[in-house]
Ligand binder design. Structure first.
Ligand code: SF4
Ligand code: SF3
Length: 541
């Protein structure tokens, strides 16, 4: 196997024997085969578009398949293999329609390959289609091509979340097809690849906008809300991942059943949505970021539902209490396909639950673009009066590496006259710190999930408008942490929007070649994090 798509990749170069995330070589090979199959489907879909032939479900299906290969989503080889078969079936059905319409089917191995008859044969096929097997004219094109595929995984995740709530746009699917089909080409020059990678960032902005519309249109704009970190006596279900709809369904199905619902990880910001917080049994938040689940889940006295990334290998002690739904999967863990969460509810009722109330204080969530911009006048006044010197967006993924303590320390050292905006699971490094406020404006503002990055972009743009300057001229610095491929897509979006001076850590992506990295440094002044003291000094002078 060879996989270098996430930040924890082995030796900062690539996982070759087994994934640091727990991905087995067979699953890695099947994911490679799935991406290869997706490229074939993309080529046929594009040929179809030229003849006005389109299968309305293809784009959504491709987004689901690509999302399934994102880090910590689906570790189940059987399900990945089924996705390969489904891809080929869709490809062949579409091929027949395109041929009938007089279209030209591209002559490509991805268009003609047939999946092996069993799992072993498919694994062997996947081994021939890994990243290292790709013959690219030069290492920089190879790097940009892989960056594009990883960006597409991020877009696919956002597109899938948006589609679940009814927001879809064909242009997004069309780009996924075009990008994946391009990855089969060896005739494109460096400039074209840079163009495609930046286009990926632009399309991701639109996709995140669709998701923002989906979330706020369905559940209302988040409002500042205190979320208890303790426990309430009684039966309990813990919901992890990122999916708001799954949470809503579970809240409805547990109404009046004497079960309290807790969020874990990236589900924390759900407490701010009016249409979710209205459920009285939607109680509080348990635990911190994804990489701590092995310590935290064994102590949770109820059922656990994983709706998306990030799942880790469940320990025996809670393997019977954990459930997956949607695209997430782990072999041997009960997967709920039809959104009937009865098995989760029954498990929660059979378990002990919390035996007493526990007060562990609370944290504030709900500072999405609507809430922040509703006090924009106050914020602008505070900046003009010199009460707020600088804003820091300390955002992105968490992970297990010790280098990630940088983000905790950074926030602790941010001077009293500065405000910290945050989003995504990296916030768990400092989410429960009381940073106080500046004239009533909290110094720590939780904008939401990684899925809410669009909200932070809108806040930055609105501030730039108010100060009649560009985002790069604002007293705002972005200190980002990345781990998986949604973060890659977000980073590409920020670059596509022309944002400069981003500090990125804890390490730089292994898939960026030296020249590509240099290009980013020269054109966007992107830099690796150093130490909190040095970075703060460099930013604030
Ligand atoms: Fe390694 Fe990350 Fe790939 Fe898992 S997702 S195999 S940890 S690079
Ligand atoms: Fe976190 Fe997985 Fe990326 Fe959603 S939950 S930000 S890592």
């Amino acid at each position: 196997m060879f996989c270098y798509q996430c930040e924890q990749t082995a030796k900062g170069q690539g996982c070759t024997k087994i994934g640091v995330c727990g991905k087995q070589p067979d699953t890695a090979a099947l994911q490679d085969l799935l991406i290869f199959a997706q490229k074939g489907l993309a080529q046929v879909a594009l040929a179809g578009r030229e003849k006005g032939v389109a299968d309305p479900g293809t784009g959504r299906f491709m987004a689901e398949a690509m999302f399934s290969t994102l880090t910590n989503v689906n570790f189940d080889p059987e399900r990945i293999a089924r996705l390969v078969q489904e891809t080929v079936k869709k490809r062949d059905e579409l091929k027949a329609k395109v041929t009938q319409a007089g279209g030209q089917i591209p002559n490509s191995t991805a268009v003609s390959f047939e999946p092996g008859k069993n799992l072993d044969e498919m694994v062997a096929q996947g081994e021939e289609h890994g990243i290292l097997a790709e013959k690219d004219p030069d290492p920089d094109i190879h790097s940009l091509k892989q960056t594009l595929i990883l960006g597409i995984k991020g877009i696919s995740a956002y597109a899938d979340h948006a589609a679940i709530l009814g927001q879809e746009e064909d242009a997004v699917y069309q780009f996924i097809e075009r990008a994946l089909a391009s990855a089969m080409r060896n005739d494109l020059g460096l400039e074209k690849w840079i163009e495609l990678v930046l286009e990926c960032g632009r399309v991701n902005v639109r996709t995140m906008e669709l998701l923002d519309t989906a979330n706020t249109g369905t559940y209302g704009h988040p409002v500042p809300t205190g979320v208890p970190l303790g426990a309430k006596k009684g039966k309990a279900v813990l919901v992890s991942g990122h999916d708001l709809k799954d949470l809503e369904i579970l809240l409805k199905q547990t109404e009046g059943r004497g079960i309290n619902i807790y969020t874990h990880g990236e589900m924390l910001p759900c407490h701010g949505y009016p249409e979710l917080k209205k459920y009285p049994h939607f109680y509080g938040h348990y635990g911190t970021a994804w990489q701590n689940q092995l310590k935290e889940f064994p102590k949770f006295p109820g059922a656990i539902l994983m709706t998306t990334n990030c799942i880790q290998k469940p320990q025996e002690v809670y393997k019977d209490n954990i459930f997956t739904t949607g695209l997430v999967g782990w072999p041997g863990v009960t997967h709920i396909t039809d959104k009937d969460f009865t098995p989760v509810i029954e498990k929660a009722l059979a378990m002990e639950g919390f035996t007493q109330d526990e007060d562990k204080g609370e944290v504030m969530v709900g500072f999405g673009r609507n809430a922040v911009l509703s006090v924009a006048d106050k914020v602008i006044e505070a900046v003009k009066a010199g009460k707020i010197r600088h804003f820091f967006l300390v955002a992105g993924c968490d992970g297990a590496k010790p280098g990630r303590n940088y983000y905790t320390e950074f926030v602790e050292k941010v001077p009293q006259d500065c405000v910290v905006l945050t989003l995504a699971c990296g916030k768990f490094r400092f989410f429960d710190k009381n940073l106080g406020n500046i004239g009533g404006i909290p110094r720590l503002l939780d904008v939401g999930q990684c899925n809410d990055a669009y909200s932070a972009v809108k806040i930055a743009m609105a501030l730039a408008d108010a100060f009649e300057c560009g985002v790069n001229d604002l007293p705002l610095s972005m200190i980002l942490s990345w781990y998986e491929q949604k973060a890659v897509a977000i980073l590409l979006s920020l670059l596509a929007l022309g944002i400069r001076d981003i500090r990125l850590g804890p390490s730089l992506p292994a898939f960026l070649s030296e020249n590509v990295l240099n290009y980013l440094v020269e054109n966007y002044n992107i830099k690796p994090i150093s130490t909190p003291d040095d970075d703060l000094k460099a930013i604030l002078g």
